[in-house]
Design a protein around this ligand. Structure first.
Ligand SMILES: Nc1ncnc2c1ncn2[C@@H]1O[C@H](COP(=O)(O)OP(=O)(O)O)[C@@H](O)[C@H]1O
Ligand SMILES: [Mg+2]
Length: 367
């Protein structure tokens, strides 16, 4: 292929010009995570001059590395030789500015691979402080709005209830039937607002955990007892499968109850009448693994990436009451505890979803 030459620049000169004028931060590290390239946009974002940090360890300077190269190495080995897929990641992160403050960044990083070996990584990044501020501002506005709706709704609901109870005179049966529906709808809206405010607060990192030592068996038993009321209506049996000896967990009891309740509530809600829901707990080295299995429709491939997003509901849920917030709350709480939550489907011929979440065990003090 004939090489296109711009203004007769040598390749290196052109490369330098590109790096120099690249309109977003550019950083290149070697296999030991030492910085080998750092363009002016990157210097502008971080406050560091290139001379100051070339050759320094990226993790030490920024408390951040764009690519965990050890993991990449493993990934590459796992890729087939034909799959020349670039293992690029696009995520948000936080890096330290020279003056000590933290900068939210959005970056795309990829390993530098030569002859199948990782020889470093390259990343481009942008400062997203302003976007974050705007997001926060919007969130505050929306939550203030939602919060302000609560008052009038409570008053309206209260008055309607009084009316329905005959406190404002006799009602025809039609009137009382209408009132009942209106009251029910109002209480639904109140519930939506409450869940909405919960999720906004949690997303804003305002979830404060009051942790205590908890016994797993009683955590599960309490959640199952509560869900059994709904389960019985659908003739669903909830089976618990918990080992005799489990370590105590150091968690916020009320929040973990919420996690269990939300997942069990879905399992019951989305499962056919007369089916079974199994809840089990497994003791792993560093964490406890909770599994909730059902015989419902499972989660389709299309829904899988979004199932934990706030307000996301799969199509089949349309006729089932819900807000799409439950799983978002589950994820926020589990992650706030340092755990993870995910979902898989049962293998054919069985069908149903398996929700799994982990909670870290109390680690013995190192020292
Ligand atoms: N056990 C399950 N089986 C099948 N689909 C589920 C299950 N749990 C959750 N889902 C799907 O995930 C969506 C989000 O769940 P969730 O956040 O709890 O919202 P909601 O229950 O209010 O619809 C549900 O609308 C449903 O489509
Ligand atoms: Mg739900």
């Amino acid at each position: 292929m004939p090489e296109y030459s711009h203004k007769n620049l040598a390749k290196e000169e052109l490369f330098d010009l590109i790096v120099e004028n690249f309109p977003v931060g550019l950083i290149v590290i070697d296999e030991k995570e030492k910085i080998i390239e750092f363009n002016p946009a990157a210097q502008e974002i971080t406050g560091f001059k290139k001379e100051e940090i070339i050759g320094k360890n990226c993790q030490k300077i920024f408390n951040w590395v764009p690519c965990r190269l050890k993991h990449v190495e493993k990934d590459i080995k796992n890729l087939s030789s034909t799959a020349n897929t670039s293992i690029a990641i696009h995520i948000e992160g936080i890096i330290n500015h020279k003056d000590g403050h933290e900068i939210p960044i959005r970056f795309t990083a990829a390993p530098l691979i030569k002859n199948g070996k990782v020889i470093g990584a390259i990343a481009i990044f942008r400062d997203v402080t302003q976007e974050k501020q705007l997001e926060r501002h919007r969130r505050v506005l929306i939550s203030m709005f939602a919060h302000d709706l609560k008052g009038p709704l409570a008053i309206a609901g209260g008055l309607l209830l009084r009316m329905k109870n005959g406190k404002a005179g006799d009602l025809t049966s039609k009137q009382s039937q209408y009132l009942e529906t209106v009251i029910k709808e109002i209480s639904k809206v109140e519930k939506y607002i409450k869940s909405f405010l919960d999720i906004v607060r949690m997303e804003a990192g305002q979830i404060s955990l009051s942790k205590e030592l908890c016994d797993v068996v009683s955590l599960i038993t309490e959640a199952v007892e509560r869900i059994n009321i709904q389960a019985r209506e659908k003739d669903i049996e909830i089976i618990t499968d918990i080992p005799d000896e489990l370590p105590l967990l150091y968690v916020d009891k009320e929040q973990i109850h919420r996690v269990l309740y939300n997942i069990l509530d879905n399992a019951v809600k989305y499962s056919p009448k007369g089916s079974k829901v199994i809840i089990s707990c497994e003791d792993r080295v560093e964490s406890l693994l909770f599994r909730i299995e059902d015989n419902g429709p499972g989660i389709s491939k299309d829904d899988l990436p979004y199932i934990f997003d706030p307000f996301y509901r799969a199509n089949y849920s349309e006729n089932i009451e819900g807000t799409g917030i439950g799983l978002a709350i589950v994820k926020t709480i589990v992650e706030a505890h340092g755990g993870k939550v995910w979902v898989t489907n049962k293998n054919a011929p069985e069908h149903g979803a398996i929700f799994i979440f982990s909670l870290p065990k109390i680690q013995p003090e190192k020292g």
